[in-house]
Design a protein around this ligand. Sequence first.
Ligand code: NAI
Length: 382
Amino acid sequence: MKQTIGVLGAGTMGAGIAQVAAQSGHAVVLVDLNKEQLDKAKSNLAKTLSKLVEKGKITDAQKNEIESSIQYASDINDFAPCNLIIEAIVEDLAIKHKVFESLEKVVSENCILASNTSSLSIASIGSVLKNAKRVIGIHFFNPAPLMPLVEVIPAVQTSSQTLNSSVELIKSWGKTVVVCKDTPGFIVNRVARPFYGEALRIYEEGIADFATIDWAMTHFGGFKMGPFTLMDYIGNDVNYAVTESVFQAFYYDPRFKPSFTQKRHKEAGFYGRKSGRGYYDYSEVAILPTPTKNEELGKQIFNRILAMLINEAYDAVFMKVASEEGVDLAMTKGVNYPKGLIAWSKEIGQKNVLTQLEQLFAFYGEDRYRPNALLRKVCETI
Ligand code: NAI
């Protein structure tokens, strides 16, 4: 059913979300305080849609229809007719609070107020609302028009009606919806942490260099990118900030401890691709390092990182962040993992994963390697 969807913030995420909503046949109001951002969003959309026309994916008429269904505005009063507003502005709780208070004054009683936040709790964002039953997290992945996953996060205040209509609506946009608990990192940004953290740890111990670890994960794991290539792609500033925020939010659980290597790269301005240098050098003259293709070493690295990822996936299920299916869908549809982690554990044998973790725990004596209780429980029954 055609609705009016508001999107606040026309940056990377907001512009993408507006496109998705418009392509699904809705009237969209895209608001940003910065006029340049609105212009940029509009011209980028025109380019994207022209490419889709060239490829024969949409017709010229559809392109025109999508473009004309988005109203670009700088005043939130234009959100008045909206059924749902998705906020995608700067990741700052104080600013989001001000914005949500203002939004509630503009919209009708039934309008759902959603945030695309990656790291703030939905309960804290909703706390400023008079009717907090309407708050929800609707978390898209970058780039929003291409990534199928959307995590939908009800806060403790959210009504079942808000949850049900949000899920139904986002599914109707052709997205894979996974409902998850309002906990730090939700699913993907929590479960994926060891992909980076354990890779950095292996490097710091001098077990292998960046290129070898990346080779191990792509060659033996089938991951599209190795951890260091991926961190350079995401940006070490962004990736480090997420790691630090998850670590703090989990009351400094050692499982999520950030790495000095990444911190130093961030401090040095070695952000990755966008700054020309990260773990790798992206200048034209750079010679890419070659991995040490030692099969035995590569397998060890892959098994260790995979075991840590599986352990985290079990913890998310154990803590009821999402179901087994939900966690597996999230990792395959949100960050393109070659297989769901729970399914992967069944394929290689949960007992093998448990043994690997027990060995790491015994050797290092660090809490970071403690095997998850659910994984243990599952192993007792097989
Ligand atoms: P961005 O910096 O690209 O865009 C933010 C936009 O919000 C800018 O255009 C800015 O002018 C505008 N803005 C800031 N304050 C405003 C206000 N008070 N009123 C109206 N517009 C305002 O940011 P990005 O990357 O799109 O992130 C937005 C949100 O989405 C954040 O909460 C972030 O955590 C979340 N997110 C980001 C992802 C990513 O990969 N970049 C992925 C998933 C979620």
